[in-house]
Design a protein around this ligand. Structure first.
Ligand code: ADP
Ligand code: MG
Ligand code: MG
Length: 869
């Protein structure tokens, strides 16, 4: 027959799946000799069987419970439901994954009109006995029979009121007897039957209630929110009671071995004297800080400190514990690895390495890379969030916390020197405004929408795709969840949760600790994968360098075309009809480009810089409004109609698959020639200043070797002109983005021309799936919700499809050119799972936005550690 019950001394901490977390740890503590009241665990398999049996406790299980109760009787010398020394138990839920407060617990089970008298006698404490009895009836009524808890509370309050007292502690034995009687009456009234006096009957219905609580609405919602799936059910722990309410030398409390908010290596917790179980958290009385226990009961405190020490050494992690003191004897009732903030997580991991508890590798594996976000950005204060009114939720596109006045266009943002930019979506024209804005909120768009990508690059807080929000351009106001915010009024954005709040929510400062630096040094020692940044401006570079970027993996040049002063020259270039005209316009842009590259090379001080030549379709640069179009015509001395003609000529039905990337250079080679010259010219200048420069010129959207060959020849010729003019040379590389499936398929041929590959996984994902990046936001969530995709492939690399293409490109590329340098510069370069995959693929580096560098570094180290295990 299958075994459904384990005594605490039969289990251990590795049996969480079967015994639940609480049960497994109670068993483990029993094993290592800590004072744990004895008991047994009914397995999670029994819970699943319970559901198979139409929610009935079947006879064999009842028998097994009886047998184990007998064993408890032997161990404790007490008897269940009768006798001079009655055995009382708690019935506690506990699944494999902790779900604090979601399921039910019953204390003092085994009490009835007879055992309550024996308990009073043997403990010589009548008050304790009746206090425990009334608690039991209340919990049992609430949990097993769904008698509303507040009805019990009303009875308690009335008795206290009639006696003119406020504290439960002032209730005397007679009061408690009275309350018990009234509780029983209430129970009978509500359930139509008398309170169960048979303890076995009590126990079986309590077990049943705990099994049932696995599927109560709050437990179901908790599992959904925390993505807890695939568990069979909850275990039930039946444990002999100890009494924290036995008088002034008794008490109960909860504590962490270290501070869960700061990580400080100092016990942190609360306790109450003369109290039972949940009194500490229920807020009926204000608990004392655990420090006070050191004065009040030094022996108990010292014993507890010793236990903390043993537990930490044993679990090698910070513990979250429950304890009870019964008449000067200390008992452990629970332990588990404690939840903590990311700040505490780092501090604790580093301390534990230094204390010799864990290795550096273990410390690295313990940190969730994504949680680092919390450390790098100002966050809203906990108190602030409690008070704040939530008015919407979108995608957590770029972390940070921003409050500011709402503006609906970049002009207003510029005029006001900041604020929250709220738009349906953003476009490249908005860059300047986005740069000045304190935060960005969009109605449409996904994690790789323009707003999201740009905001992450800028390290700017951004919530995008907040579809419940509507913007009324005419009235200059927005509406969401019935709240209306007029232009100039405040809202707050939490870029780490995607939530939008009304008004200005207060913030707290960040500081990176010494422990954090140490931790990152270990990460750097361990990892093989390089980490570069995607950076377009000196400001991005400075940020990335601060976080330890090892180079630039992607410097986009299109943003450089958008500055107020140069955009008109760019426009001139685009509407030019002849090579001559175009060259004239390009000559105007040249000094700007050169200056941009100069500043970046200087800052990067010898670290490699990959510059991607112009990628977007040309019409994106052209003026949209008629006034600007007229201005352009005037500027160039051309008829307005010819400008209009050009604009309509350039219009594309599907720009994503249109005339962009190196396709532009096939038609207008002079654009890339100008850019290449500017890069090399700037590099030579910086080299003259005695600073090392490693330029890498990257050609986007290549699909075919001959295409790259053509562009490369033109670029090389142009660069030779610069060398000849300056009478000096510099080493440079020319490589390509690999972002179209055909480039992967023909990577062996392309590698004949390319000195490096950089995977552009945004486009590669888009084209492999045939999902437009700009439109997929509308339906991809459904794929994830309906379990068709495990993850959004734009967020986490699709290993099966896109990953296979990457693998092929790497193999083919290395076959042709063994020393070829391989990197990735899509948004995936900063997503932990994708970074681990890149490590697995053996890329040389990942490149991500500056604020994700530390995340990528940690993920890279974790990938390496997991691989070598
Ligand atoms: P939760 O998972 O909600 O914390 P628990 O099962 O841990 O529920 O129990 C709730 C409270 O009851 C805790 O404070 C715990 O310490 C106390 N408790 C549980 N079992 C016993 C027992 N055998 N003796 C004394 N107190 C107990
Ligand atoms: Mg607990
Ligand atoms: Mg691309």
């Amino acid at each position: 027959m299958k075994k459904f019950i384990y005594l605490f001394d039969e289990g251990n901490k590795d049996m969480k799946d079967l015994l639940g977390g609480k049960g497994a740890n109670l068993a483990e503590m029993t094993h290592i000799g800590l004072p744990v009241p004895t008991g047994f665990t009914i397995t999670t398999e029994a819970c699943s069987e319970f559901y198979n049996q139409d929610k009935k406790i079947w006879d064999e299980l009842k028998e097994e419970i009886c047998e184990n109760i007998k064993k408890l009787e032997e161990k404790t010398g007490k008897t269940f439901g009768y006798g001079e020394n009655p055995l009382l138990v708690s019935v506690r839920s506990g699944a494999a994954v902790s779900m604090p407060g979601m399921m039910d617990t019953i204390l003092n089970l085994g009490l009835n009109d007879i055992t309550v008298e024996s308990l009073a006698k043997i403990t010589n404490n009548e008050r304790l006995a009746w206090d425990s009895y009334r608690r039991f009836i209340q919990m049992f009524g609430d949990v097993v029979k769904e008698v509303p808890k507040y009805k019990f509370d009303i009875i308690m309050d009335k008795v206290k009121e009639s006696k003119g007292i406020t504290s439960d502690l002032d209730l005397d034995v007679d009061d408690l007897k009275l309350i018990t009687r009234k509780f029983k009456d209430l129970y009978a009234e509500e359930t139509g039957e008398d309170f169960y006096s048979d303890p076995m009957e009590q126990l079986v219905s309590a077990v049943k209630a705990v099994f049932n609580s696995w599927n109560n609405p709050r437990a179901i919602i908790y599992r959904e929110l925390n993505e807890i799936t695939g568990l069979p059910g909850t275990a039930v722990n039946v444990q002999s009671m100890v009494f924290g309410n036995m008088g002034t030398n008794s008490g109960t409390g909860v504590a962490f071995t270290r501070n869960p908010s700061t990580g400080e290596n100092k016990i942190f917790g609360e306790y109450l004297m003369n109290a039972q179980g949940e009194d500490v958290v229920a807020g009926i009385r204000t608990p004392e800080s655990i420090d006070k226990l050191a004065e009040e009961m030094p022996d108990m405190f010292n014993e507890f400190m010793n236990i903390c020490h043993i537990l930490e050494k044993h679990y090698k992690d910070m513990q979250d514990m429950e304890f009870t003191i019964e008449r000067g004897k200390f008992y452990m009732l629970q332990t588990r690895n404690g939840k903590r903030t990311s700040k505490a997580a780092i501090n604790i991991a580093v301390d534990m390495v230094e204390e010799g508890l864990i290795t550096k590798e273990e410390a690295i594996l313990r940190i969730d890379p994504k949680s680092i976000d919390q450390l790098l950005h100002k966050t809203f204060s906990k108190e602030g969030l409690k008070e704040a009114k939530e008015m919407g939720e979108g995608l957590a596109a770029s972390p940070g916390a921003a409050s500011g006045k709402v503006y609906f266009d970049c002009k207003a943002i510029k005029e006001n020197g900041g604020g929250i930019l709220v738009r349906v979506e953003t476009s490249p024209e908005d860059i300047e405004g986005m740069n000045i804005a304190d935060g960005i909120l969009t109605v449409r768009g996904g994690m790789t929408s323009h707003a999201a990508v740009v905001a992450r690059g800028m390290g700017k807080c951004c919530v995008c795709g907040c579809s419940e929000l509507t913007i009324n351009e005419e009235k200059r106001e927005l509406e969401s969840r019935g709240i209306i915010i007029k232009e100039g009024e405040y809202i707050s954005l939490d870029g780490s949760s995607g939530k939008v709040y009304m008004g200005e929510v207060p913030k707290t400062e960040i500081e990176l600790s010494g422990a954090f630096e140490k931790f990152i040094n270990w990460v750097d020692e361990v990892r093989d994968l390089g980490v570069r940044m995607n950076a377009d401006t000196p400001r991005d570079c400075a940020t990335g360098l601060k976080f330890g970027a090892e180079g630039i993996g992607l410097c986009r040049t299109e943003h450089m075309f958008f500055g107020e002063e140069r955009i008109w020259a760019v426009r001139e270039m685009i509407v030019s009809n002849s090579r001559l005209e175009r060259d004239r316009a390009l000559a105007k842009i040249y000094p700007f480009q050169k200056k941009d590259f100069h500043d970046i090379f200087e800052l990067m001080n010898g670290k490699p810089v990959t510059v991607r030549l112009l990628d977007p379709p040309l019409h994106e640069f052209l003026p949209k409004g008629e006034a600007d179009q007229k201005k352009l015509a005037e500027l160039m001395g051309k008829p307005f109609s010819s400008i209009q003609e050009r604009i309509s000529y350039l219009h594309e039905v599907n720009p994503m698959l249109g005339h962009r990337g190196c396709r532009l250079a096939i038609t207008y080679p002079e654009i890339y020639e100008m850019q290449a010259k500017a890069i090399i010219d700037a590099a030579l200048e910086v080299k003259e200043q005695g600073i090392d420069v490693k330029p890498e010129i990257m050609i986007p959207l290549v699909v075919e070797k001959n295409e790259l060959k053509y562009v490369k020849e033109r670029i090389k010729e142009a660069i030779e002109e610069v060398f000849a003019k300056k009478k000096t040379r510099i080493d440079y590389k020319i490589g390509t983005m690999v972002e179209v499936p055909r480039a992967c398929l023909t990577a062996d041929e392309i590698a004949e021309e390319a000195e490096f590959f950089s995977f552009g996984t945004n486009d590669l994902t888009q084209i492999t799936f045939g999902f437009s990046r700009d439109d997929a936001g509308k339906f991809i969530k459904e794929y994830v919700d309906k379990n068709i995709f495990e993850k959004d492939p734009f967020i986490s690399i699709d290993r099966n499809g896109v990953g296979q293409l990457m693998r092929m490109a790497i193999e083919k590329g290395r076959k042709t050119r063994p020393e070829i340098k391989l990197g990735i510069c899509g948004e995936h370069g900063g997503e932990p799972r994708s970074v681990e995959f890149c490590n697995e693929l053996g890329l040389n580096y990942v490149s991500c936005s500056p604020y994700r560098i530390l995340i990528a570094k940690i993920a890279a180290a974790q990938g390496k550690i997991k691989q070598s295990k």
